[in-house]
Design a protein around this ligand. Sequence first.
Ligand code: ZN
Length: 230
Amino acid sequence: MRKLLEGLSLFQRVAYPRHRKLFERLAKNQTPQAVFISCSDSRVVTNLLVQAEPGDLFIIRNAGNIIPPAGSSYGGTTASLEYAIVALGIRDVILCGHSNCGAMKGVLHPETLDGMPAVRQWVSYADAARRAAVAAHPGASDDEMLERVVDFNVIAQVRNMMTFPFVSRLVEKGELQLHGWVYDIATGRVKGLDASGRRFVPLGGDEKGSPDERNALASVEGDEEFWERL
Ligand SMILES: [Zn+2]
């Protein structure tokens, strides 16, 4: 904790004065460019990832970057999303999963969640991702299965967002964009869902991506029944 308090002191003495004008402007209101939904994991540093300044991102974080579908749970995640879109009028939502996600490990191995009933209940909202990964990649190694669950969870949670009328109405009118991303902690690479919602493509300066990532969802891309179940 001492390191954090020293950091606070440094912020007040050095960083705040350097950005004084920005903070004075932000004190009156906020006009964020995007909602950024990510896992609570300490390794996902949202502002650093997109080089955003204070006021740029409206951030929603929870274990596993999960959006419970409409009607299932009106908790903080749903309320924050509703406020961001309805009250603040934000028109881009980025939902970003990440590599080596502990919550997704829990989705794959619920037996490890004994003694954590709240976590167990919460990650059950990502079970569609586990079922999809197992169906699309039977026989995958544990590590590969985890990567695929991370991918499918992003797809599933973007779809869950569409169950809210305050989201789907605007998306259908072309006034709200939903973006599904996956961040790889080890390489800094980020891939994003393309317009089909069934394929990831490299984002940012990463032109190529890895062949494994490009082909990960290819086996199920045209399987309509598979996508209906997700
Ligand atoms: Zn995570």
